[in-house]
Write a protein that binds this ligand. Structure first.
Ligand code: PMP
Length: 358
């Protein structure tokens, strides 16, 4: 039976990518060695990093005044690195609070300086994206979470920065590479790889060059972006195998027609799933329709008391796995990242329709 993995992350990967990873774990480029055994100083690995960086620059149309970094510590480490590197001593930065991950980013900022929460949807279980928030015109940056993995909301339009010296910073962990973006709208973008880009273990950072080396405070070497810029992400032993899988995922995206083509597919997949949630009398969406995520689709039963686990078992028997909603929302969540085949979404829709008549 074909298994469709609707996990929010680590998430499913394209089959050709998994096949290439299996091969590289045995032998990399006829070297007689597994990629996992190879030095990050060896020519094939240095070339792999260069190739991966070039590929993402081309896919996302990253201008030449931005650096691409491949770091470790997950997106969670970026919650700290962003304020440590971009927030002057004794000042505050603006944050929009749209879910559990932005709460964590805010908490880390408050350890370094002060996070000024200019918009929040917390009191309605993060069911919408706050808009028209009043920015502090002296804030060095405004931090947003572009897609809220748990609550299933997504910024469709990014806020414009009111401070001419300020920048927009985005945690794009759960929607990076799902559609084209204009990188010039941002000073810094970060994303853990394990949803749309590859396996866990590597985090992409895209940072505008004037934001590197601000040196507002003495920083631990590993937490300074400048360290990694100067050493092309090879200051310490990098996660080579994870970067390889990212490169293969980027090749797969290129073959598919790039981000424009990916966006069309993502719109179609999410569109049909939301239509079914709306049509099916058993289910409803807990989020504001205009803000609904194309990547993580939460849905709940319309009537209380139906959520006894039988729908999940029903899906599991059909190979539709990991559909349980996050404990803070309940119900179900279908994560339909780039690598989720349209056939997986169709199979879920059929299961919802069949369950309706059980
Ligand atoms: N931000 C978002 C939007 C996420 O979805 C996640 C992980 N699910 C994180 C940050 C944390 O990422 P990591 O586990 O790589 O630290």
């Amino acid at each position: 039976m074909k298994i469709y993995n609707f996990s929010a992350g680590p998430a499913c990967l394209p089959e050709p990518v998994l096949a290439a990873a299996a091969e590289a774990s045995k032998q990399y480029m006829r070297t007689g060695m597994s990629l996992m055994e190879m030095s990050h100083r060896s020519t094939p690995v240095v070339e792999l990093f260069e190739e991966t960086t070039e590929r993402i620059k081309s896919l996302l149309a990253i201008p030449s005044n931005y650096h691409v970094l491949w770091l470790q510590g997950g997106a969670s480490t970026q919650f700290s690195m962003v304020p440590l590197n971009l927030l002057p001593e004794g000042s505050s930065a603006d944050y929009i609070e749209t879910g559990a991950w932005s709460i964590k980013a805010i908490a880390e900022c408050n350890k370094v300086g002060r996070a000024n929460v200019i918009g929040s949807s917390k009191d309605v279980t993060f069911s919408f994206i706050p808009k028209e928030c009043e920015q502090n015109t002296r804030s060095p940056y405004l931090h947003i979470t572009s897609n809220n993995t748990i609550y299933g909301t997504q910024f469709k339009v990014f806020p414009k920065i009111e401070n001419k010296d300020g920048v927009l910073v985005a945690d794009m962990s759960s929607d990076i590479l799902s559609k084209p973006i204009d990188v010039t709208e941002f000073g810094l973008i970060y994303a853990g790889a394990q949803k749309n880009m590859g396996p866990a273990g590597v985090t992409l950072v895209i940072i505008r060059d004037d934001l590197v080396g601000k040196n507002y405070r003495v920083l631990p070497t590993m937490l300074n972006y400048e360290t990694h810029v100067k050493k092309d992400s090879m200051f310490n032993t990098p996660p080579v195998f994870s970067v390889f899988v990212v490169n293969e995922t980027l090749k797969w995206l290129e073959d598919l027609g790039g981000l424009e083509a990916m966006a069309v597919i993502n719109e179609r997949k999410a569109g049909k799933l939301y239509s079914e949630i709306e049509r099916n009398p058993l289910f409803r969406s807990p989020v504001n329709a205009v803000d609904c995520s194309l990547m993580n689709v939460p849905f709940v039963f319309n009537k209380e008391g139906m959520d006894d686990g039988t729908f999940l078992q029903f899906c599991d028997k059909r190979g539709l796995n990991t559909l349980k909603g996050h404990r803070s929302v309940g119900g179900f969540r279908a994560s339909i990242y780039n690598a989720m085949p349209e056939a997986g979404v169709d199979a879920l829709i059929s299961a919802m329709q069949d369950y309706e008549i059980v």
